[in-house]
Ligand binder design. Structure first.
Ligand SMILES: NC(=O)c1ccc[n+]([C@@H]2O[C@H](COP(=O)([O-])OP(=O)(O)OC[C@H]3O[C@@H](n4cnc5c(N)ncnc54)[C@H](OP(=O)(O)O)[C@@H]3O)[C@@H](O)[C@H]2O)c1
Length: 219
């Protein structure tokens, strides 16, 4: 499969490396242009392109940029694409967003509203970038880590779950994007390694008031 990645930082690079290991082709992009990515792309085994080229390339497109940069994405370019949203809301980085602070929307619903012609699937937001490589295991391996996903189109969710399986993880589908608050920053399932059964149980019992201490997932 061809995978276009918008954002070539921690998460974009990790998804690129995992995708190539699984046999996919990757085009990486960032805001500074392909010239800034030549060495990195060569090291990863990916191609470098502009943001528009990466989106056009991808049978699957991955958005791996800070939430504060979402307004710069062009809806027309993403029309008709399945788009993985890896984003998280960090108010210190992204500035305060009232509708997230008062829990009336989710980060992925914001992206879906901005890119109405795209099919958004939340994925890879709840794993630290380096662990996309270090925690990968073959299908059926004991204790294999599961990653949560959410999206409004069940077929697209299955497509992304298949991709996640190929790169080394089980997937737990939470259903529509409106449920993705359960896996956002500082929720009990956020960036904590769990197998499928434990992840399913954890997201099912997460309530609107459940948060873990800020940064505790990094220890
Ligand atoms: N780091 C993690 O472990 C991790 C894990 C899960 C989820 N996430 C989430 O994933 C998102 C990205 O995080 P990150 O850690 O990968 O960030 P990062 O290392 O700072 O990388 C951000 C990348 O986005 C690019 N970018 C920014 N604005 C852009 C735009 N308008 N168009 C194209 N590219 C743009 C940057 O390129 P330039 O330098 O050229 O601007 C850079 O390559 C965040 O929402 C984060 O919360 C991160």
């Amino acid at each position: 499969m061809h995978i276009g990645i918008v954002g070539a930082g921690h998460i974009g690079q990790a998804v690129a490396r995992a995708s190539i290991k699984a046999g996919h082709r990757v085009k990486l992009s960032n805001s500074r242009g392909p010239q800034s990515l030549v060495a990195l792309a060569a090291d990863i085994g990916a191609e470098a392109g502009t943001v528009d080229e990466a989106i056009a390339f991808g049978g699957l497109v991955v958005v791996a940029i800070p939430l504060k940069s979402y307004p710069m994405l062009s809806a027309a370019q993403f029309a008709g694409r399945i788009v993985i949203d890896t984003g998280n809301y960090y108010p210190g980085r992204d500035s305060a967003i009232t509708f997230l602070d008062n829990q009336t929307t989710t980060t992925s619903q914001i992206l879906a509203q901005q890119l109405p012609g795209a099919t958004i699937v939340k994925a890879f937001n709840a794993i630290l970038a380096a662990q996309i490589i270090s925690h990968a295991k073959p299908a059926g391996a004991p204790g294999r880590r599961a990653l949560p996903i959410a999206g409004n189109d069940p077929t697209a969710n299955k497509f992304v779950a298949q991709f996640i399986d190929e790169i080394g993880f089980d997937a737990v589908d939470l259903g529509p994007l409106s449920e993705s608050w359960r896996i956002e920053r500082a929720r009990p399932a956020y960036c904590i390694a769990m197998d499928k059964a434990r992840l399913e149980a954890t997201v099912a019992r997460t309530s609107r008031s459940d948060f873990v201490p800020e940064g505790s997932w990094r220890v």
